[in-house]
Design a protein around this ligand. Structure first.
Ligand code: ZN
Length: 265
């Protein structure tokens, strides 16, 4: 784990990258910020989490870091020990954690639930949707630390790296670390309702677009050519053929659209 700070004092804001070692976009954004060393209005902590996995360009060394929080200092696995140290490091910080996916190119935000902070900040980020994980957050950083996660784009892509940089700067502007104004937009909110499992197979396919409603009766994925059909309508989220080992992704419901406040003042 690498920890740095810009600005003096005790930070209440943190930017976190490299929770998954095969998602370099956030690390590049953090490194760029450290090189630039901009003048800040309040201090910010910058953390690169899983350096071991980043070096090896793998998601994790022993197990998925974002499924083992709060971690354990005496654990056998690298990620469980690291999770414990991360919680200590980020305890008092609102944390902005950058990820990338195999499922969807446009950035979106992921939160535990839509609280006042999420409702205020997420519409100021250049994202197309906000996802509430609610019952599916077990083991994730957000169960321990006040966190806004963002998916920046396709894993390893140049656009994900550029998006990470834009997202991080918008977040840092919205919380008053960087000077300036943000642009607000209307933001649809989705809540995860189910995990979409996948059977062991050699080949997988996904036929649907994330965040686009799948109708009841429609085939949405296949394992070795065996189609899976929707029992009821749902919105696919984080769904991809090979992104996760034993699930295609998640089913979600659409809740509301957070309207951006009109610029009255
Ligand atoms: Zn990730």
């Amino acid at each position: 784990m690498r920890v740095a700070q810009i600005g003096s004092g005790t930070p209440e804001i943190a930017v976190l990258a490299g929770v998954h070692g095969d998602e370099p976009c956030g690390v590049r954004a953090v490194e760029r910020l450290l090189e630039e060393r901009p003048t800040v209005q309040r201090p910010v902590k910058l953390v690169v989490a899983n350096e071991k996995a980043l070096e090896r360009r793998v998601r994790f060394v022993d197990e998925d870091l974002n499924r083992v929080f709060p971690g354990d200092p005496d654990a056998e696995t690298h990620e469980r020990r690291l999770a414990h140290r991360l919680v200590e490091e980020l305890e008092d910080c609102l944390t902005f954690s950058m990820h990338s996916t195999q499922s969807y190119a446009d950035p979106f935000a992921i939160v535990d639930g839509v609280d006042e902070t999420a409702a205020r900040l997420c519409p100021q980020l250049p994202v197309t949707a906000m996802v509430e994980t609610e019952n599916f957050a077990e083991g994730r950083l957000m169960t321990e630390i006040d966190t806004i996660e963002v998916e920046c784009g396709q894993q390893g892509s140049e656009s994900a790296a550029q998006n990470a940089n834009r997202l991080m700067r918008a977040f840092l502007t919205a919380v008053g670390v960087l000077p300036g104004d943000t642009v607000s937009r209307d933001l649809p909110v989705f809540r995860l309702t189910d995990v979409v499992p996948k059977e062991p197979a050699d080949t997988y396919e996904v036929f649907v677009e994330n965040f686009t409603e799948v109708e009841a009766g429609a085939p949405f994925a296949a394992a070795d050519g065996n189609e899976q059909v929707a029992d009821e309508p749902f919105y696919p989220v984080l769904m991809s053929p090979y992104g996760y080992r034993d699930v295609f992704g998640y089913a979600a419901e659409k809740l509301e659209v957070l309207e951006s406040p009109t610029a009255a003042d």
